[in-house]
Design a protein around this ligand. Structure first.
Ligand code: ITT
Ligand code: NA
Length: 183
């Protein structure tokens, strides 16, 4: 059965579709789920996935992805505000903020929440890297300024990014659980 990936972000869908090829088809679903006030990315994603599953109520399993970029020298900023900061300040200016710092370490973190008639499960993944001046045309979002092992994520193919990324790691945990779950 196809998994409905609830997101407005096509880059996320491309990565999940590539990762889950041969496991399940992935379809994008636009649904404006409630973002509860919480410090826990997992609680936010789980609530959203549950709500999407219940509101859409046509039995198809739901996947939600909540991701943030956390810059060490900026106290973890933009973190939960990553989408807002990309839309307002932009990736180039976030890089310039970090460029003033000696410590340019950062990490991405993703929480995936999966909901079906049996319940809701969450899976997380993180990757550490260094912020650099923008390079590369691939990926999306903050990928051009996030370097890991000498390449920015925008210089990687979808497969290469999936092999090391926050989302790829969360998808690996999800896939393992999904294969073993009771149906
Ligand atoms: P949905 O909530 O509709 O899924 P979004 O783009 O708003 O889409 P997030 O809130 O999870 O998703 O994303 C936070 C920000 O981080 C947003 O600006 C994304 O473009 C960016 N982002 C998410 N995943 C990323 C990745 O793998 N590489 C680079 N930037 C990413
Ligand atoms: Na969002």
């Amino acid at each position: 059965m196809a998994i409905r990936f609830v997101t407005g972000n096509e880059g996320k869908v491309r990565e999940a579709r590539t990762y889950l090829e041969g496991v399940e088809p992935v379809e994008q679903l636009e649904y404006d789920y409630t973002e509860i006030q919480s410090d826990s990315l997992a609680d936010i994603a789980a609530y959203g996935a549950r709500e999407a599953f219940e509101e859409r109520s046509n039995e198809e399993p739901i996947l939600v992805d909540d991701t943030g970029l956390f810059v060490d020298a900026l106290g973890g900023f933009p973190g939960p505000y990553s989408a807002y900061v990309e839309d307002t300040v932009g990736v180039e200016r976030l890089w310039r903020l970090a460029a003033d710092e000696e410590n340019r370490r950062a990490h991405f973190r993703t929480v995936l929440a999966y909901a079906d008639e049996k319940g809701t499960e969450t899976f997380d993944g993180a990757v550490a890297g260094t912020l650099v001046a923008p390079r590369g045309d691939g990926g999306f979002g903050y990928d051009p300024i996030f370097e890991h092992n000498g390449q920015t994520m925008a210089e990687m193919s979808t497969e290469e990014k999936n092999a090391i990324s926050h989302r790829g790691r969360a998808l690996a945990k999800f896939t393992e659980w999904y294969a073993e779950r009771e149906t």
